[in-house]
Design a protein around this ligand. Structure first.
Ligand code: UT7
Length: 333
């Protein structure tokens, strides 16, 4: 039986036009541009407009990716949407995206693993391709966290931005795709990034509204320590599975949560910062969208070549982590 690999034939991203700078936040919050830049590297974030939702942003990025792949949405075999900020708890946002794309009856599912969602989804797509089950898969990372943070809470609201990124993965018999990965979860730290109310543990009610406990809360210091601890070992495991070393990697795309986390990872791995793709200064932390957004942007500007081998590394709510060695397209034979 032939072995199939997932070739990334299309990519696209969408960030809402409205930009909120750190200086604008200074007007309403006890914060400063200097604090935000020094502690996170963030200068601004894109924020969805009133008519936008998670699904509308996902659809925009998806159309770009499908156009680049020259693939009609009706040819999709599977749609995977990674997000923790869907339009509704029910129905799954993946079905809304499927309908909006006109991908009639295509199976669609939402993957909810926090910021690591896109990497989890890409690795999942590769498994369906490798078994020969599906040939054309759309993988989207999308997040609209500006509607889930408390804009009066400086410890979270300055950190996040809204965006979507998408890729089309298509089966090929030439070697490429996800060559090694490590996915992980340690739910004992579940409380470190949490929306405490609004779910089955604590349903929405007047008390919840009064407390504001439906908003996203984060224990930043714990998440920071976790992220810096997990980055290098997860990368090493993904590389080992791929039978590669850092010398084989053209670019590292880390989850864009904090510039200091990326700098610490670079130091830990003995890898210069120049090999890390960083765009946190313009988009802030877009959670599950951060890696596909950085990927699409840097493929479009030519910094990343389609035949490059990338190391994707993410960490986030759960706590979860995910690293993957991905060769987007086969090397010319
Ligand atoms: O994508 C999901 C994964 N998320 C992450 O990876 C986030 C990881 N964590 C972080 O990026 C950092 O922990 C933060 C950026 C969230 C916070 O940076 P920190 O250096 O860990 O600061 P801190 O939480 O230890 O707070 C230091 C001080 C505190 O004041 P006191 O208690 O020392 O007086 C905070 O109240 O900074 C204060 N502070 C702020 N000051 C101005 C917190 N937020 C702000 C703010 N502006 N926006």
């Amino acid at each position: 039986m032939p072995k199939f690999y997932g070739k990334i034939t299309g990519w696209g991203a969408y960030a809402p036009p409205r930009i909120i700078t750190n200086h604008e936040l200074e007007a309403t919050l006890d914060t400063s541009h200097e604090w935000i830049v020094q502690r996170t590297g963030i200068h601004q974030r894109h924020v969805a407009g009133p008519d936008e939702t998670t699904s509308t942003m996902a659809v925009k990025a998806s159309w770009s990716a499908l156009a680049k792949a020259n693939l009609p949405a009706t040819d999709l075999d599977l749609i995977l949407i990674a997000t923790s900020s869907p339009d509704y708890f029910t129905p799954p946002v993946s079905s809304m995206v499927q309908a909006a794309l006109g991908a009639h009856n295509t199976p669609a599912m939402t993957i909810v693993t926090g910021c690591t969602g896109f990497v989890y989804a890409l690795v999942t797509a590769e498994q369906f391709i490798a078994t020969g089950a599906y040939r054309n898969i759309l993988v989207v990372g999308v997040e609209l966290l500006s509607r889930f943070v408390n804009w009066e809470d400086r410890s979270t609201s300055v950190l996040f931005g809204d965006a979507a990124g998408a890729v089309v993965v298509q089966a090929t018999e030439q070697v490429c795709g996800v060559q090694g990965y490590q996915l992980g979860s340690d739910g004992s730290g579940y409380q470190h990034i949490i929306m405490p109310s609004g779910g089955s543990a604590r349903p929405f009610g007047a008390d919840v509204l009064h407390e504001g406990s439906h908003y996203l809360q984060m224990n930043g210091r714990e998440v920071f320590k976790f992220a810096t601890r997990i980055f290098a070992p997860a990368s090493a495991k993904a590389l080992a599975m791929a039978g590669k070393t850092m010398a084989d990697i053209d670019w590292i795309i880390p989850h864009q949560a904090n510039l200091r986390i990326i700098q610490a990872a670079a130091k830990d791995m003995g890898t210069p910062m120049e090999r890390f793709i960083v765009n946190i200064e313009r988009y802030a932390n877009t959670s599950a969208a951060s890696i596909p957004l950085a990927l699409a942007e840097n493929l479009d500007n030519g910094r990343i070549q389609p035949t490059d081998t990338l190391l994707l590394v993410s960490f986030g709510a759960g706590m979860t982590w995910a690293a993957a060695v991905v060769q987007l397209q086969p090397k010319a034979s």
